[in-house]
Structure formats: structure tokens, C-alpha cells
Design a protein. Structure first.
Length: 77
């Protein structure tokens, strides 16, 4: 599997980990219905989830991660 595909899957998984609980919590504890549940869950997940980026460097292909709960940018092996 290419590093570009891995970065995409990491982003998808990271977003989903925050989206599903946010959706369920908003659905349970608010009176919002329909799209109005999905919208805030999307925004919360977008802010909280880690961002992965694929880059070609002089040393080869690498994946980097940036997250609000981690200091700085980290390289993923």
C-alpha cells in the first residue's frame, strides 16, 4: 500500500473516531434533528481529529501528523 493511501486512510479513521461519538452525543443530549445533528458533529470532528499529510522529501516518501493534542509536527513511520 502506498504512503499516499495510508495517509488518506489515517485521516479517514481519525475523523471517524471523533465523528461517531460526537454524532451520538449531540443526538442524545440536544433537541436537534436531521442535518442539524450532522453539522456540529462534523465541525467538532474536523477540529479535534489529527491531520495526516503525505510528502516526498530528499530522504524518500514520508507521512507527517499534526494534532492539537500533540506538540509540533510528527513523522509517522
Amino acid at each position: 500500500m502506498s504512503k499516499k493511501t495510508k495517509a488518506f486512510l489515517y485521516n479517514l479513521f481519525g475523523f471517524t473516531v471523533f465523528y461517531v461519538p460526537a454524532y451520538l452525543l449531540i443526538m442524545t443530549f440536544t433537541t436537534l434533528i436531521g442535518f442539524w445533528i450532522a453539522g456540529p458533529a462534523f465541525i467538532v470532528s474536523l477540529v479535534l481529529s489529527p491531520k495526516f499529510q503525505y510528502m516526498k522529501t530528499h530522504e524518500g516518501e514520508k507521512i507527517f501528523m499534526k494534532w492539537i493534542f500533540a506538540k509540533g509536527i510528527r513523522e509517522i513511520h
